[in-house]
Design a protein around this ligand. Structure first.
Ligand code: BGC
Length: 764
């Protein structure tokens, strides 16, 4: 009977509750046949829930036993199981697969007093089984449609596997390539980051959240996590108001406006207060100012971690601080379920806050359609049909091609000729079927990516010889273990050198293995790990015709390669179809169009390095050799490769930059530019517009991206591109977080990277 109660979507819902003997005081008065709104249903349900049941909705457990096997015995698992059966668990994560989800959902629906279904969460970060490029790579495409499609595919597969909530997109802006989690975000820029945040939210959630092909998204990590000091994961964050409002917040604002259903807070403290208990962030900004009406989940154990942070005295205090601070759901700290009822009884926490949190969570469950049918995501036939389908692989291949960035192509080394060439392929990453899957690929099967070796073998007109050269890491690596880098074993060098000697061209695939970036995987060095640099130089000694293909989860500073190697391709970790995409680009079947979403430093010492920096009072060299200006004595200020940079097999020219300043009349400034394909093949270019607000009450960066457009042109073809600047593009947040537009002088730059030279000025 209980399960039936909650599937009903009409006014009869309340009367049926009454029939079961459960006394209700429905908050909403309803007429007999008018369907209830979701808010009314939530209120009705809340009115019959005990305090413990409401707190239960706020409790999330990680999968803790083999769900389809016998009930867990002993200790923690037994206690958690008991909680599940009592209705003291609102959500579970890491339970996946229709069989498992159905089994766990059945307990919630059939054994608990009210039969409230669970919301099932999972880290669907860049694909579920069919893996897309890592998010940083996808962001390099600047192709919002493709990114949206990639999230759609991820949602489709996850939803077919019983999951209805992803902990993505990760929209933390970061300027620090040492931080391992840059692979998971959209890079350094708040404008690009906001557009991508929206594309991903729309991709995951679709236009109908209750469809069994879409899932709820989660904007994370709120906030400031990408600014962890010295790039060390989980580290302290101390940033000022201007950076917080203008750099960190914009993607979260955009995700909220796009209707993201949930937020996740972050492990870090922000200016002395852990994000998890940060009333300013979660209550004042997110829920009040931005009007977010979904729920906030803590990060994994971040509530209990506030004791180690030195913010909470004990678990009881941590639960109090977190709930008062606006964290609605406790991921894996087990503190809400243990402490909240006591805290309410002792008047440390208002019951209204518990109601508010439970209401937010129940609302999302209703929106997902879980009350209409808690098993709507549990269809074995769909699971079989959807996962790893041909269409999904085509979508991630498309995304992978678009994510590749051509960094250097001296003497048109690329594309490779398709016939009669002897090609040497070198590097353990070239044959690696695991690393392209990245580190967030929990559901993917190991070794399922197409390797570069496999991709290149399909081009049969050339002779391909492969030699490993050297391993990047020693032994097996996994999601939870530290990677051990090979710093000594060069036994494969002689074979690689011999292979290279005989070749016309050498393709070397070097970089990082999949588990070297991601959570907990910060690096203090940004060069090629292990003996790979030595390998590169030794091969260069015998054959200079090298194409360096980088596989990596973060920008790497490769000054020697930039100086010496004629062609460099940034191919990140591209997911299941990696090798096919790389081979197509190397052979010119796909003309690369990616642009860097993060600056590539020349040296770790330059980090944090980003294009939208502020000018100092001494920005330029006063005279050669004079020292008192803002610079390094031993390195340039500029990055090795700039934000927005990327080449093509064709070339583009920008001209005729015009500004129509109608701001006083209709609040619009129209910028137009002529873009021409000046090369010999068809190609795509991402035309970028940057502004500089020359002086302001709070100083503005030297450049800020405020528009971009991807254009495909045939050789010789031109097109006029138009950008519109409004108050949204021309203003900024002042130090009290208010959006202001100040009159004054502006510069506009348009071109193919953040170094764009074409410039015009106007006054606002
Ligand atoms: C990560 C989150 C993730 C969560 C659940 C945490 O360690 O920081 O991003 O969603 O685990 O797996």
């Amino acid at each position: 009977m209980r399960s039936t109660i909650l599937f009903l979507a009409t006014a009869t819902f309340i009367s049926i509750l009454a029939m079961t003997g459960i006394t209700t005081t429905p908050a909403a008065t309803v007429s007999a046949d008018k369907p209830l709104t979701i808010d009314q249903k939530v209120d009705s349900l809340l009115s019959i829930m005990t305090l413990e049941e409401k707190i239960g909705q706020m409790n999330q457990y990680n999968g803790f036993w083999n769900v389809t096997g016998p009930a867990p015995k002993g200790g923690d698992a037994e206690r958690k199981y008991e909680h599940l059966r009592k209705g003291y668990v609102g959500s579970m994560l890491n339970v996946r697969g229709v069989k498992e989800v159905r089994a766990v959902q059945k307990i919630a629906v059939e054994e608990t007093r009210l039969g409230i279904p669970l919301i099932i969460g999972f880290d669907v970060i860049h694909g579920y089984k069919t893996i897309s490029p890592i998010p940083l790579a996808e962001s390099a495409s600047w192709d919002l449609e493709a990114i949206k499609r990639s999230s759609e595919v991820a949602a489709l597969e996850a939803a077919a596997s019983g999951i209805n909530w992803t902990f993505a997109p990760m929209i933390d802006i970061s300027r620090d390539a040492r931080w391992g989690r840059v692979m998971e975000g959209a890079g350094e820029d708040p404008y690009l980051g906001s557009k991508i945040a929206v594309a991903r939210v729309q991709g995951f959630q679709g236009s109908d959240l209750s469809s069994p092909t879409t899932i709820a998204a989660c904007a994370k990590h709120f906030a400031g996590y990408g600014f962890s000091e010295s790039g060390r994961d989980y580290n302290t964050v101390d940033i000022g108001t201007s950076t917080l409002h203008n750099i960190v917040f914009p993607p979260f604002i955009a995700a909220n406006e796009a209707g993201v259903k949930t937020f996740m807070n972050s492990f870090n403290e922000l200016n002395g207060v852990p994000a998890t208990a940060n009333t300013y962030l979660q209550r004042q900004i997110l829920k009040k100012k931005w009007g977010f009406d979904g729920f906030v989940v803590s990060d994994w154990g971040s509530i209990v971690e506030m004791i180690a942070h030195g913010h909470a005295k004990d678990g009881n205090h941590a639960a109090e601080l977190a709930v008062n601070g606006g964290s609605d759901m406790d991921m894996e700290s087990s503190l809400y379920v243990a402490e909240l009822a006591k805290l309410v009884k002792n008047n440390k926490v208002k019951e209204a806050l518990i109601d508010d949190a439970a209401r937010r969570i129940l609302k999302v469950k209703f929106e997902l359609g879980l009350f209409d049918d808690p098993y709507r995501y549990c269809d074995e036939a769909r699971e079989k049909e959807v996962i790893n389908s041909k269409e999904n692989h085509e979508a991630v291949l498309d995304m992978a091609r678009k994510s590749i960035v051509l960094l250097k192509n001296e003497g048109n080394m690329l594309p490779l000729k398709k016939d009669g060439q002897k090609i040497a392929l070198i590097g353990s990453l070239a044959a690696d079927k695991n690393s392209p899957l990245g580190s967030w690929r929990i559901a993917a099967d190991d070794n399922t990516a197409i390797s570069v070796l496999e991709g290149m073998k399909k081009y049969k007109g050339n002779t391909l010889s492969y030699a490993k050269g050297a391993d990047v890491a020693i032994g097996e690596t996994s999601f939870i273990s530290e990677v051990k880098i090979n710093t000594t074993d060069k036994s494969g060098f002689p074979e690689a050198i011999e292979t290279a000697k005989k070749a016309d061209k050498v393709v070397m695939v070097l970089g990082e293995i999949g588990f070297q970036s991601g959570e907990g995987r910060s690096r203090a060095h940004l060069d090629l790990p292990g003996v790979q640099q030595e390998l590169l130089e030794e091969i260069y000694n015998v054959n200079k015709n090298i194409i360096l293909v980088l596989n990596n989860g973060r920008p790497l500073s490769l000054n020697w390669a930039d100086e010496n190697i004629p062609a460099i391709v940034e191919a990140w970790q591209l997911g299941s179809q990696s090798g096919n995409a790389i081979a197509e680009v190397l052979y010119g079947d796909y003309n690369p169009s990616g642009k860097l979403p993060m600056s590539v430093p020349r040296s770790v010492g330059q980090v944090p390095i980003y294009y939208n920096y502020k000018n100092t009072g001494r920005p330029t060299e006063p005279a050669p050799d004079l020292v008192f200006w803002s610079h390094y004595g031993d390195e340039k200020n500029s990055p090795l490769y700039s934000f927005g940079y990327g080449l093509s097999y064709t070339s583009f020219a920008y001209s005729d930059l015009k500004i129509q300043n109608n701001y006083s009349a209709n609040k619009k400034v129209i910028v137009s530019v002529e873009l021409k394909n000046t090369g010999k093949v068809k190609g795509k270019e991402v035309a970028q517009l940057y502004i500089r607000d020359m002086y302001a009450s709070v100083t503005r960066p030297v450049r800020e991206l405020k528009g971009f457009e991807m254009v495909e042109l045939n050789p010789g073809e031109s097109r006029t591109i138009e950008f519109t600047l409004t108050a949204k593009e021309l203003g900024f947040f002042d130090n009290s977080g208010e959006w202001i537009i100040e009159p004054g002088a502006f510069e506009i730059y348009v071109g193919g990277s953040s170094d764009a030279k074409l410039k015009k000025e106007f006054d606002l």
